[in-house]
Every structure is written in C-alpha cells, then in structure tokens.
Design a protein around this ligand. Structure first.
Ligand code: THU
Length: 131
C-alpha cells in the first residue's frame, strides 16, 4: 500500500499542468499487484484537460487491470484533494470495489469508498428501459 501512495506522490513530477500549475498524481493497484500511475494532462483548450485519476484508470485498464483494489490521489495542498465529479463517475465504473486514498505531500491522508464519493451513481445496470 505504501508503494501505491508513494507512486501517486512521485508521478506528480510528470504532470502536464502549464495552465493551472497544479500537479496531481494518481496511482492504481490492481488485483494482480500491478501499480499504474497517471497525472493530470492539461490542454490549451482548457475543457479538454484530463485529470490524474482518469489517466491512471485508463492506463491501468490498458495494462490489463481488471479488479482495482486501491486508487491513490496526491496533490501539494494543505488538505487532501477529492476527485472531481467526472473522476467519481469513472471510479464508480472502473474501480467500484476499490478503496480511495487522498493524500498530501506532507503525510495527511483521507480514505473513503467510491460510494462515499458518488452515492446513487449512474451505472450500466440502469440501461434497461420500459419500452
Ligand atoms: N485535477 C486532477 O487531476 N484531479 C483532481 O482530482 C482535481 C483536479 C487537475 C485538473 C487540472 O489540471 C488541475 O488539477 C486544476 O483543476
């Protein structure tokens, strides 16, 4: 677990955040023991920015991850940051049984579940229509 938390903190060095200057790192541990990291990747067209959490989840999936056990998120803030709404939806889809760890560089940690972040999440099981 400590390696996952360290990975989320250290991958921040590769963040592409020229517009906000706010570097975020995320790391995912899957059931095969793999750790996959991601950073935020900004764009001159600001709305196209990719958050670290989604970058890490997509890379983990591409690396073969099926069951994600832990998602760690790190930023250089006084209190741990929480994932944005879009990332909560991604976590609900790809890491529904994971624990979420939110971290600062100075050692503050906050832990929660996907359901804590996004209760009543929309999901694929809701697709059935009445017509
Ligand atoms: N950001 C993340 O990568 N993850 C979060 O949980 C919150 C926000 C990024 C997006 C953008 O590049 C910068 O932080 C400022 O919003």
């Amino acid at each position: 677990v400590e390696s996952v938390l360290d990975s989320a903190r250290s991958v921040r060095q590769y963040a592409y955040a020229p517009y906000s200057g706010f570097r975020v790192g995320a790391a995912v541990l899957d059931a095969a023991g793999r750790i996959t990291a991601g950073t935020n990747v900004e764009n001159a067209s600001y709305g196209l920015t990719l958050c670290a959490e989604r970058a890490a989840l997509a890379a983990a999936r591409a690396g073969g991850a099926e069951r994600i056990l832990l998602v760690a998120i790190a930023a250089d803030t006084a209190e741990p940051i929480t994932p944005c709404g879009a990332c909560r939806q991604w976590i609900a889809e790809l890491a529904p049984h994971a624990l979420i760890a939110m971290l600062t560089l100075e050692g503050s940690e906050r832990w929660c579940t996907p359901n804590d972040l996004l209760p009543h999440a929309f999901g694929g099981s809701m697709f059935r229509t009445t017509t």
